[in-house]
Write a protein that binds this ligand. Structure first.
Ligand code: THU
Length: 131
């Protein structure tokens, strides 16, 4: 799948964003190795910390559908904002080899990688190293 097509999925997912508090709408889409696309949007909560980001909705949704091999993720905000630190950590856990496309509401995107977004990640390997 071309990056632009995955970005289009994320643009559509953004329409479902539930963001009554921040009004900052985010859409995401994860591409699994078998070609399945799993969309996500941010879902806010009156208890603010209960909010979940679009990227993590898509990533956890992929796992829940039995998709463990993830090849790419697209995320769309109004202005092409970068993924938050918690989402980067979850990307490193569930899709360390993914390409990441960071797009704005016009569909313009830049391509990066999980390793570039979160260098020196704390991973399962880090836990093995402890006593
Ligand atoms: N948000 C995301 O969905 N993804 C990110 O990577 C950054 C932040 C959401 C959470 C909240 O609903 C809104 O954007 C403002 O922080």
């Amino acid at each position: 799948m071309e990056p632009q097509e995955l970005v289009a999925w994320a643009l559509r997912a953004r329409e479902q964003a539930y963001a009554p508090y921040s009004r900052y709408r985010v859409g995401a889409a994860v591409l699994a190795a078998d070609g399945t696309v799993i969309p996500g949007c941010n879902v806010e909560n009156a208890s603010y910390p209960a909010t979940i980001c679009a990227e993590r909705v898509a990533l956890t949704g992929a796992l829940a559908r039995g998709k463990r091999e993830l090849v790419a993720l697209a995320v769309v905000t109004q202005d092409g904002g970068a993924p938050c630190g918690i989402c980067r950590q979850v990307m490193a856990e569930l899709g360390p080899e993914m390409a990441v496309y960071i797009a704005d509401a016009q569909g313009r995107f830049r391509a990066t990688t999980v390793a570039e977004l979160l260098p020196h990640a704390f991973t399962g390997a880090s836990l093995q190293a402890s006593c």
